[in-house]
Ligand binder design. Structure first.
Ligand SMILES: [Zn+2]
Length: 360
């Protein structure tokens, strides 16, 4: 079958061809069956593959919409994989350990890993993680508050959400280079004790939080950060989440809620994300020096690179770059102005000084 006739089958959404090949869309990183009803991609972004394993080997993931693997489930390997995924989807927090999970599927851990990698490009652990995070995001959209959402998602405490978050962060170098191409970012602006705050979010979480004095300038900053992304004002159904985030942010900025666990979608280079994740582990009310931060991420000679990663943070407060100061006690820099950095550090110190002591 020629590429031309395959492309024709895609244009016609020919379901009769579904078991003959799959097509991948390089810009979205997803592969589909020919009959997928999503918008037709541009021809030059499309590649054809004989089967799902070939598409996955090229780094593509199965489309959530047309679920190409289901069409291939007469393949015994794929049938086992789909049965495992269904089990994980149904109860991601109630699973046996990896060995027992593998045994139940007639495999060992190594084979289980290979099976997931082969068709989904990720490990079983990553898959379980993604199902959990999907539940959290779903709960955030449909729950009255962030705290409700955390419990609705079946998580024991906000701490477990916090500890879990880093695994779901970061982006591939390809996505990073593309400046957010193919990404949809919804945004809205609200008022905080530190001035206006603009929040931008993908369907995975908050990718942008910046302070400013002018809503238009904040929108321009968002556009400059993600030049290729599609920016859309937050829709009504997403506004409940936005309101919950702003409420949580304001409580935090007023010193009333030290733990601020909001869904994050950090987008940066591998090094930046490493620094940002470290910043998120600096306890509330503490500060460290740039050199200490560099040592903590096993890059003791990278003090300047750490400072530059702090300066390029685009998710204020949630990634607390304000907790890093100069070794001589000077404040160092802050992207959103030193008065804001000073205010953040002061609020945290005051709140911690007056907080009831808890046995830890
Ligand atoms: Zn599809």
């Amino acid at each position: 079958m020629s590429d031309a006739s395959k492309w024709q089958a895609v244009l016609e959404r020919d379901a009769a061809m579904d078991r003959r090949f799959v097509y991948g869309v390089l810009t979205t990183g997803v592969y589909c069956r020919p009959s997928c009803d999503s918008r037709r991609p541009r021809r030059d972004n499309v590649r054809f593959f004989d089967d799902p394993a070939a598409a996955a080997a090229a780094g593509l993931r199965p489309c959530k919409r047309c679920r190409p693997l289901e069409r291939w489930q007469d393949d015994p390997e794929i049938a086992v994989l789909l049965a495992l995924c269904r089990r994980i989807d149904a109860a991601p927090d109630d699973l046996p350990d990896g060995a027992a999970l593998a045994r139940a599927a007639g495999r060992d851990v190594f084979q289980l890993n290979r099976l997931f990698k082969r068709y989904l490009t990720i490990t079983p652990g990553d898959y379980i993680e993604s199902v959990r995070m999907r539940r959290v995001r779903h709960a955030l959209r449909h729950s009255a508050s962030v705290t409700d959402a955390i419990y609705d998602a079946g998580l024991g405490s906000s701490r477990s959400l916090y500890e879990r978050a880093p695994a779901s962060l970061g982006m591939t170098p390809k996505q990073y280079r593309s400046g957010g191409a193919g990404l949809e970012i919804s945004h809205a602006t609200g008022t905080t004790p530190l001035g206006l705050a603009c929040i931008g979010a993908t369907d995975r979480g908050i990718c942008f939080l910046q302070f400013g004095d002018d809503a238009d300038a904040l929108r321009a900053a968002l556009a400059a950060e993600f030049p290729q992304a599609r920016l859309v004002p937050m829709r009504d159904e997403a506004h409940a989440a936005f309101d919950a985030w702003m409420t949580a942010l304001n409580a935090h900025l007023e010193g009333r809620a030290p733990d601020l666990d909001l869904p994050l979608d950090l987008r940066g280079t591998a090094f930046q994300v490493r620094v940002w994740n470290y910043l998120r582990r600096i306890p509330y009310g503490d500060v460290v020096s740039y050199a200490e931060a560099a040592a903590a991420i096993d890059a003791p000679r990278a003090t300047r690179a750490v400072a530059s990663a702090c300066a390029s943070n685009h998710v204020a407060v949630l990634v607390p770059c304000h907790r890093v100061i100069r070794g001589d006690g000077g404040l160092g820099g802050y992207r959103w102005g030193l008065p804001r950095k000073r205010a953040l550090i002061d609020v945290e110190r005051r709140a911690r000084a007056t907080a009831p002591v808890t046995g830890d």
